[in-house]
Design a protein around this ligand. Sequence first.
Ligand SMILES: Cc1cc2nc3c(=O)[nH]c(=O)nc-3n(C[C@H](O)[C@H](O)[C@H](O)COP(=O)(O)O)c2cc1C
Length: 195
Amino acid sequence: MLFRDLVTKCRSYRKFSASAAVPDELLRDLVELACYVPSKGNLQPLKYLAVSDAPDVAAVFSFLLHDAPSCNWPGTAEEERPMAFIVMLGDLRISSEFSFDSGIAAQTILLGATDAGYGGCMTTSLDREGIREQLRIPGYFTILMVIALGKPLETVVIDQISGDDSTASFEDAHHIRHVPKRMLDDVLLEFRKTQ
Ligand SMILES: Cc1cc2nc3c(=O)[nH]c(=O)nc-3n(C[C@H](O)[C@H](O)[C@H](O)COP(=O)(O)O)c2cc1C
C-alpha cells in the first residue's frame, strides 16, 4: 500500500467483525513496531498489555467512556465490539512525562494494524481504575491509552472542510461514517521560501 493510502485509510474504527480474531502474533508485532519509534531522551517509558482473552476484552470494553460526540462506543453493537486491545502504560519508574511518546507509538501501532488489514481506535476516555483493577496493573504504571483493534466493519470517508465547518464526525443514511478534516490551505499557514 502506498504510504499516503495507508495514512488516509488509518481512521478511527469502532465497529469490528466478530468472526475475525486479532492474532496474538499480530499484537506482538504491533508492540514490537512501537519499540522502534522516537522517544524523548530515548527513555522509552512506555509499556504495553496485549488483551485478547474474551472475558478481559469484554471487561476492558465496559471501561471505555462516552464523553464526546465522536467517542461513540455505546453505539457499537455487542457483535461489533473490538476483538482485542493494547493497553498503553507509562512506567513512572522511568519517567513522568509520556505525551509525545504515547501519540507517536499509538499512531505507529494503528498504521501497522491498517497495513495488516486490521484497524482500531485510540481511546483515552477511560475508567482507568476499572481497567487497573481488572488487569491488576501496579501503581507504578499510569494508564495512558487503550487501543481497540479488530477487522473494521465500518466504511469511513474523509470529508474535506474549510473555515468554521464542524469537525464532528457523523454517520449518514447509508451507514457511511464521515470524518471532517481541515484542508491543507487552512493548516499550512505560510510557505516560506528564500529566493
Ligand atoms: C489522543 C486521542 C485520544 C482519543 N480518545 C478517544 C476516545 O477516548 N474515544 C474515542 O472513541 N475516540 C478517541 N479518539 C479518536 C478520535 O475521536 C478520532 O481520532 C477523531 O474522531 C477523528 O477520526 P479519525 O481518527 O478517523 O481521523 C482519540 C484520538 C486521539 C488522537
